[in-house]
Design a protein around this ligand. Structure first.
Ligand code: SF4
Length: 379
């Protein structure tokens, strides 16, 4: 077995400043999202850095580049692993994706409250940023025309970008318009804004709109330390307002790739009546190596979760999104260990997934990922 990728020293603040500055041109050339962090999230990161004395804490790692960002590549990386562009049925529009017969994804904005280093949609978002702000009215009209007569579509999923960054006027127009389409029984919003900027939910009219239109809100918390008192208060308010709350998140190296972090996150969310739906395998997109985890270690984490937690924690699905749709461990039909290629079969079709090489895998250190705990979990 090859030796793991060496990490000689932790990243100091001075080195981090140099990495951030180097990242500007790296992101431009590599079609990655630029660094963007809210003051609210930055305050959490400052506390993390002060406690750890370096910048390799989980929240920092999510939004700022690590050293590995520039130096590690896994091979077989692509710009758009799930093939979003192949599923855009409306000519001239990049906001409508129709991949599954019963649901349509609508991306009414390419703006997010902050940018995640691990974002799997960076390629498409970079294109959309280049085109400027999305014309919500025009794209919504394109969506309603597309849905006309599509009786099989029963759900519209608003994603992005982050729909919760939209002004109330635009969000209201979208949700109320979609609610009037008879076959659309479910509206879902995917959002990470609550982790980055909970004040966005302070507008009672926005919360009332979500409640009135019966939206399912799928939050994307990746770590238990994102859920502070202010975030908890918003979750309680949303719950009291009758809004159904869910979470799903990717398994990310150095952020949450340990059973203790995942269990802490799911348990915390459960206390707040937020149901976790699934944990995602990071996709092999360009420059994603710092965040990816080999499948065998992901499955070991899954098994450990099964053995050490109650069923409301360990019933969560581990899923890989792919050009064929979502696939799971049970759908592996072939595993070529020598070449690191894993074949999944779904509905008679196969997709070959390039696994993250074990030789590049440096598992996250639980004493860093859970630095607030008095007795850090064993690796
Ligand atoms: S909030 Fe979502 S869409 Fe936006 S950068 Fe993060 S992962 Fe990507």
């Amino acid at each position: 077995m090859s030796a793991p990728f060496p990490r000689p020293t932790r990243i100091s603040l001075a080195e981090q400043a140099a990495l951030n500055s180097r990242y500007e041109s790296f992101a431009r050339d590599g079609r990655l999202l630029p660094i963007k962090v809210t003051a609210f999230y930055r305050a959490k990161i400052d506390a993390e850095v002060a406690a750890l004395g370096h910048t390799e804490g989980p929240l920092h790692r999510g939004v700022y580049p690590s050293r590995e960002r520039f130096s590690v590549a896994a091979g077989h990386e692509v710009a758009d692993w799930v093939d979003d562009r192949a599923n855009m049925p409306v000519t001239g529009s990049q906001t409508i994706i129709h991949k599954y017969p019963d649901r349509v994804l609508f991306m009414p904005t390419s703006v997010c409250a902050a940018h995640c280093q691990y974002c799997f949609r960076q390629d498409v978002l970079t294109d959309q940023h280049g085109e400027g702000r999305t014309d919500v009215q025009r794209e919504l009209a394109a969506l309603t025309r597309y849905l006309d007569g599509k009786r099989g579509v029963s759900e519209v999923i608003l994603s992005g970008g982050d729909p919760m960054t939209l002004p109330l006027r635009d969000l209201s127009l979208i949700l109320r318009t979609l609610r009037e389409i008879p076959q659309i029984r479910s509206l879902r919003i995917h959002s990470r804004t609550l982790a980055f900027a909970p004040k966005v939910f302070a507008d009672p009219a926005k919360v009332a709109l979500l409640a009135e239109t019966g939206v399912r809100l799928v939050l994307h918390f990746i770590h238990p330390y994102e859920i502070c008192g202010e975030v908890e208060a918003v979750l309680r308010l949303l719950r009291r307002s009758g809004i159904r709350l869910y979470n799903h998140f990717p398994l990310l190296r150095g952020i949450n790739d340990h059973v203790s972090v995942i269990a802490a996150l799911i348990e915390k969310l459960d206390e707040l009546s937020v149901r976790t739906l699934s944990i995602y395998v990071p996709e092999p997109i360009r420059h994603s190596a710092p965040y990816r985890v080999p499948l065998k270690r992901i499955f070991a984490i899954q098994d450990s979760l099964t053995q050490s937690t109650p069923s409301w924690v360990n019933a969560i699905r581990f899923t890989l999104d792919s050009p064929l749709g979502k696939v799971r461990r049970e759908q592996i039909s072939k595993w070529d260990e020598a070449r690191g290629l894993v074949t999944f079969r779904r509905e008679g079709r196969e997709i070959v997934y390039p696994d993250f090489p074990a030789a590049l895998d440096v598992p996250g250190d639980p004493s860093i990922m859970l630095w607030k705990e008095a007795t850090p979990a064993a690796p």
